[in-house]
Design a protein around this ligand. Structure first.
Ligand code: GN1
Ligand code: MG
Length: 363
C-alpha cells in the first residue's frame, strides 16, 4: 500500500470532521512518525496531526494515552477563558469508536490531535525574547500541572532522566561493542567517562518530585505565526513525574545554542550567555513561585547535566548500531553526540557566569 493510502486508511478510523483530503509527513521528531492530515467538509478544511506511536520506545500505549488524556484535559481547564484558549493546549481526537488510539492490523498504534493552526516551532532560537517565551511556556506548563488530581501519572519511560543509569547503559554499550564502533568513538567515550561526576548532580540531590514535561526541546513549543508569542507546549509523551531542573536543563541544551543538534562544524556550537539569561528569567517568571531552595541553585548546573546525558544517549545509540533515534546519514548519532559534548565544553567554560546569574536570581 502506498504511504498516502495507508495514512488515509488510518485517518478514516478517527472522528475527524469531513472527508479525508490529503496527508503529508510532518515535523522533525526523532521518535514518533507524524503526518498532517487535511479533511474537507464542503468548503471548510480542517487539519489534524496523526502520529504513529513508536512501540519500541513506548511499551505501554494505554498508560501513555491515559497520561496524555489527563494532562490535556487538565491544562485545557486551566487555560479556559484566556484569549485563544483552544490554541493553548493540544487536544486529542478519539477514534470513531471512542478510543484514544487506533491499533492497526499490523500492530501499529496511531493517535490524533487537532492541528494548532497559524503556529510554528523553531529548530534554533532566534532571539532572547523567543528564549524567554519558550522557557516561560514550560514553566507555566509545570505550574498548570502542579494540582493535577491523583493518581500519579504513569512513567511512560522509566528512569528517563536518570543520568547515572544512562551512563551505565553507555558503559554496557562500550563492553558489548555490537556495531564495532568503539575504536572510532574513543575520543567521545573518554570525554564522557572523564565527567562521570556530573551524572548524579540532579538525581542525587533529593529534589521534590513534580509533574514535568521531560522533553523541553525548543522545537516542542508552538509560537503564533503572527505575534511570535508562545502558544503551547507539544510532544507530551514523556510528561510524567520527574525533576523541575531537568526541564530547565533541556531548554538550556536546545535554546542557548544557535547551531543545529547535529551540526558538524563544531566551531558554530556555543552556549550563548544572553540566551541563558533570557531562559532563566522566562522560566523563573512562571515557576519561581513553586521552586524550592533546593531546586533553584541547580538551575545553573542543569544545562550541563542534561547536555551530558543527551550526549551519552546519542553515543550509546551510535555504539548500539542506531536503534533508538531515527538517523538520516552514517554517523548521525556520533555527530549529534559531538555537538552535545562541544556544547557542554562551552558551558564548562562559562560555568561561573551562569552560577552568578542564578545566585542573583535566587538571592
Ligand atoms: C527525542 O522525539 P523528539 O525528537 O522530540 C527524545 C528526547 C531527546 C531528543 C533529542 C522519547 O525527542 O528525549 O532529548 O530526541 N525523546 C525520547 O533530540 O526519547
Ligand atoms: Mg519533539
Amino acid at each position: 500500500m502506498m504511504e498516502s493510502e495507508r495514512i488515509a486508511a488510518v485517518a478514516r478510523r478517527f472522528a475527524f470532521a469531513g472527508e479525508f483530503a490529503s496527508a503529508e509527513r510532518w515535523g522533525s521528531g526523532h521518535i514518533q512518525e507524524s503526518y498532517c492530515v487535511a479533511c474537507r467538509e464542503g468548503s471548510v478544511r480542517r487539519r489534524y496531526l496523526v502520529q504513529r506511536v513508536n512501540r519500541a520506545v513506548f511499551h505501554d500505549v494505554p498508560a501513555l494515552m491515559e497520561n496524555i488524556r489527563r494532562v490535556t484535559e487538565h491544562v485545557s481547564q486551566r487555560v479556559q477563558g484566556q484569549p485563544d484558549a483552544e490554541r493553548r493546549v493540544l487536544r486529542l481526537v478519539a477514534t470513531q469508536d471512542g478510543w484514544l488510539w487506533h491499533e492497526g492490523p499490523d500492530g501499529a498504534c496511531w493517535r490524533a490531535y487537532r492541528m494548532i493552526e497559524r503556529a510554528r516551532s523553531y529548530e534554533a532560537v532566534e532571539s532572547p525574547e523567543q528564549a524567554f517565551a519558550a522557557a516561560r511556556a514550560f514553566g507555566e506548563f509545570q505550574a498548570q500541572l502542579a494540582d493535577l488530581p491523583p493518581p500519579r501519572l504513569a512513567e511512560t519511560i522509566p528512569d528517563f532522566h536518570n543520568t547515572p543509569k544512562r551512563l551505565a547503559a553507555l558503559e554496557q554499550a562500550i563492553r558489548d561493542n555490537v556495531a564495532g564502533r568503539v575504536t572510532d568513538a574513543q575520543a567521545e567515550i573518554e570525554f564522557a567517562l572523564a565527567r562521570r561526576g556530573l551524572a548524579g548532580v540532579l538525581v542525587a540531590a533529593g529534589l521534590p518530585e513534580r509533574i514535568v514535561h521531560n522533553d523541553t526541546k525548543l522545537n516542542n513549543v508552538l509560537f503564533d505565526e503572527v505575534s511570535g508569542g508562545a502558544l503551547c507546549v507539544i510532544d507530551l509523551d514523556t510528561v510524567m513525574p520527574g525533576l523541575a531542573p531537568c526541564d530547565f536543563g533541556d531548554l538550556v541544551r536546545t535554546a542557548t545554542c544557535s547551531a543545529a543538534e547535529d551540526e558538524r562544524d563544531l566551531k558554530k556550537v556555543a552556549m550563548q550567555m544572553p540566551l541563558f539569561e533570557a531562559l532563566l528569567h522566562g522560566y523563573v517568571s512562571a515557576a519561581g513561585g513553586f521552586l524550592t531552595a533546593a531546586e533553584k541553585p541547580l538551575l545553573s548546573a542543569a544545562g550541563k547535566v542534561i547536555t551530558y546525558e543527551q550526549g551519552i544517549r546519542f553515543l550509546t545509540d551510535h555504539l548500539a548500531g542506531d536503534r533508538y533515534y531515527r538517523v538520516e546519514r552514517d554517523g548521525h548519532n556520533l555527530d549529534r553526540c559531538r555537538t552535545q559534548f562541544a556544547l557542554l565544553a562551552s558551558m564548562e567554560k562559562q560555568e561561573a557566569a551562569m552560577e552568578r546569574l542564578v545566585q542573583a536570581m535566587s538571592g
